[in-house]
Design a protein around this ligand. Structure first.
Ligand code: NDP
Ligand code: NDP
Length: 317
């Protein structure tokens, strides 16, 4: 596999790990990069000194390229940017904000910039801002999500038709067959979050990882659209949100119910009742917490089997 995404990031496989709050620290990022993909440190949940520490540890654990995900609504974003520049991190994935704000500044420092979007409109805006590639993330994805609810199957061909810069597909991709499907739809790379949450190297709490692999079809839903839409696993906190909607809760009441630090409580501290458990629909397909090395072996084997089947399929209609 070599294409524009492999060349842009200087990686062997166009397989990128999602920069997920509380789940993707240096250990996961370096393990993914060491397998030939692109590992990402999720900086959204890290205080500036924690990000500094994770970048240093990642550099010691791999000599391959890795990236940092920078959610643009992070309160201390300027400090994160200083840290990224200080450490000469080669690649930044920006999300949840306007790509015009930081793209040219990061690029002046020789950083490759990728922006995460959920619609054609935002993909065009990112391209216009000068990003090197775009991640288009469909409705299946875990955590924070677009408002339009466009599925990956529809979003990828639409974005692929609209932009010239390389496209990375995200949302619902957790297997080799899904990677091939995304490539067939026009993507040149994939970003996988949920599959890597359920890895040994993810910094998520063990209780959360178990809950993820036990999840079945229908166990996640997109909610809190009036705040920031987010896909969550159903649990007692989720039931409270449903109850609040039944009682026609106002936006202020929803903000109050959510409170502060719910994501940390659920995903990092393992409070499976009161915490926010962000994961994608593909959790219904995951049965094991595996080392990153095994995840790569499995998805690459499946990708090659599916590719062979595709080549051997007779023209059906
Ligand atoms: P620490 O260096 O504090 O490690 C704590 C202990 O946990 C060590 O014994 C370490 O093992 C072990 N450990 C941590 N993660 C794993 C793992 N995935 N698998 C097996 N053992 C593990 O933690 P880190 O270096 O991982 O992180 C540094 C700091 O960053 C910590 O304060 C942590 O709380 C924080 N952090 C924040 C995240 C966020 O999203 N905000 C995500 C991850 C961590 P060993 O002795 O082998 O190093
Ligand atoms: P909350 O406001 O509920 O809580 C903030 C959490 O972030 C706390 O758990 C806090 O850790 C931690 N944190 C890390 N650095 C800082 C800092 N500089 N100032 C304040 N808190 C900090 O936010 P959420 O848990 O819902 O979201 C956490 C982060 O996720 C957001 O700040 C944002 O960066 C990111 N995010 C990303 C999105 C995206 O990429 N699409 C969308 C929405 C959020 P502690 O509890 O230890 O104080």
């Amino acid at each position: 596999m070599s294409n524009r995404i492999c060349e842009l990031f200087n990686v062997r496989y166009p397989i990128i790990q999602g920069g997920m709050i509380w789940c993707s620290g240096w250990r996961l990022a370096s393990a993914v990069s060491n397998e030939g993909g692109l590992g990402i440190i999720g900086s959204g949940s890290m205080y500036p000194e924690v990000l500094d520490e994770h970048i240093s540890k990642c550099k010691s654990a791999t000599n391959k390229p890795f990236a940092v995900n920078l959610p643009m609504l992070y309160p201390d974003i300027d400090k994160h940017i200083e840290t990224i520049i200080k450490h000469k991190v080669p690649i930044v994935f920006t999300s949840a904000g306007n790509p015009k704000t930081y793209t040219s500044y990061l690029k002046q420092h020789n950083i490759t910039v990728v922006h995460v979007v959920s619609s054609v409109k935002f993909a065009l805006k990112a391209q216009e801002a000068g990003v090197d590639a775009v991640v288009a993330e469909g409705f299946e994805a875990g955590g924070h999500n677009g408002r339009d609810e466009t599925t990956t199957l529809c979003l990828i061909p639409m974005v692929s038709k609209a932009i010239q810069v390389p496209l990375i597909a995200a949302g619902g991709i957790g297997t080799g067959r899904a990677i091939l499907a995304a490539m067939n739809l026009g993507a040149e790379g994939v970003q996988m979050g949920s599959r890597f949450v359920a890895s040994e190297e993810s910094s998520a709490h063990e209780g959360f990882k178990q809950k993820v692999i036990e999840a079945s079809e229908g166990d996640t839903l997109l909610t809190l659209k009036e705040l920031t839409p987010v896909r969550l696993l159903k649990n007692p906190f989720f039931d409270e949100v449903v109850e609040a909607y039944k009682n026609c809760a106002s936006q202020e009441e929803l903000i109050k119910l959510l409170g502060r630090g719910r994501a940390k409580k659920g995903m990092f501290e393992g409070d499976l009742k009161e915490g926010e458990l962000e994961i994608g629909q593909v959790s219904g397909l995951l049965d094991n917490v595996l080392p990153v090395k095994t995840i790569f072996q499995e998805i690459l084997d499946e990708y090659h089997i599916a590719l062979n089947e595709q080549h051997n399929t007779k023209f059906l209609f």
